[in-house]
Design a protein around this ligand. Structure first.
Ligand SMILES: N[C@@H](CCC(=O)N[C@@H](CS)C(=O)NCC(=O)O)C(=O)O
Length: 285
């Protein structure tokens, strides 16, 4: 559980925030996952949007709250929690109904959520390559400089390396772009995961059995983002596609994945500029 300690937090005003506050971005996959969870739990919360495209997460105020510079963040009565999956597991304990982690399966779910989180940079690579498609470096050099210099640099009092991993990712992207060599293995990893999920969903309605759980939310978010990036779910993983369609029809889900960075017209323009270089073509699917 990643609850920050006093020394990690430089933006001291959050210590006085009462109730449930979430710092998030509309189009961020981890924020979407958390917002769907909050909707299903019917937990009231105060919204603090952090605009990732204008690098708000790399400025001193936000880094003073999350030294990793990532959304989402939960502030619950002045206690600061980072890492979307930890936040979800914390809230599940605090608000047990409706149950979204099956009783007795807490450790198993924690391990499965960790596995899902480990694919986050692969999702980001595919999103930036096939969906967001920025014309130049995705993050400016001055924003990365601010990212490097600000925030406590510690998580739970220990020097934290996650910011370095993030900065290295963006610097590499600035230098090389999101290449076929980076996109192909990322797509193949997802294909292996979704092959497994498809077999599970051929036998049961939800990933953990008969009831919806946090794993459905987490993997739906990946499915939805990858679908937008051109991943051919109906052809490769028909059970996953049918399962995701069910969620797209539910307001708790639909509301959170509806806002895109691009209008449908811009998306069409990105797709046609990719002629022959679509996710399907690059991955060889
Ligand atoms: N392991 C983290 C990952 C969080 C993460 O990478 N968030 C992304 C948005 S989905 C972010 O803040 N990106 C910063 C950026 O794009 O500059 C979690 O689950 O909370």
């Amino acid at each position: 559980m990643v609850q920050l300690i006093d020394n990690d937090i430089r933006t001291r005003e959050v210590l006085g925030w009462k109730g449930v506050h979430v710092l998030h971005f509309s189009g961020s996959s981890c924020s979407q996952k958390l917002r769907i969870f909050l909707n299903l739990k019917k937990i009231p919360w105060q919204s603090h949007p952090i605009d990732l495209p204008s690098y708000e997460n790399m400025q001193p105020w936000f880094l003073g709250i999350n030294p990793r510079g990532l959304v989402p963040v939960l502030v619950d009565d002045g206690a600061v929690y980072i890492e979307s999956n930890d936040i979800i597991q914390y809230l599940e304990k605090k608000v047990p109904t409706p149950r979204l982690i099956p009783a007795g399966h807490e450790n198993e779910v924690a391990a499965l959520l960790k596995h899902e989180d480990d694919l986050h940079l692969d999702l980001r690579t595919l999103s930036f390559r096939f969906l967001f498609a920025p014309p130049g470096p995705p993050k400016s050099a001055s924003a990365l400089d601010s990212y490097l210099k600000n925030g406590a640099g510690t998580v739970q009092g220990v020097k934290d390396r996650e910011k370095e991993v993030q900065i290295a990712f963006w610097q590499r992207a600035a230098k090389e772009g999101f290449t076929d060599e980076a996109a192909r293995p990322a797509a193949l990893k997802f294909r292996a995961e979704f092959d497994k999920l498809d077999r599970t969903l051929a036998e049961q309605d939800y990933l953990m059995g008969d009831d919806l759980s946090v794993l459905d939310i987490a993997w739906f978010i990946y499915e939805h983002r990858l679908s937008l990036a051109g991943y051919p779910f109906p052809r490769l993983h028909p059970h996953v596609h049918a399962w995701a369609e069910k969620f797209r029809a539910m307001p708790e889900f639909a509301k959170e994945v509806g806002q895109l960075r691009h209008s449908p017209k811009q998306l069409d323009a990105i797709r046609s500029a990719q002629a022959g270089r679509t996710l399907e073509a690059v991955a060889g699917f």
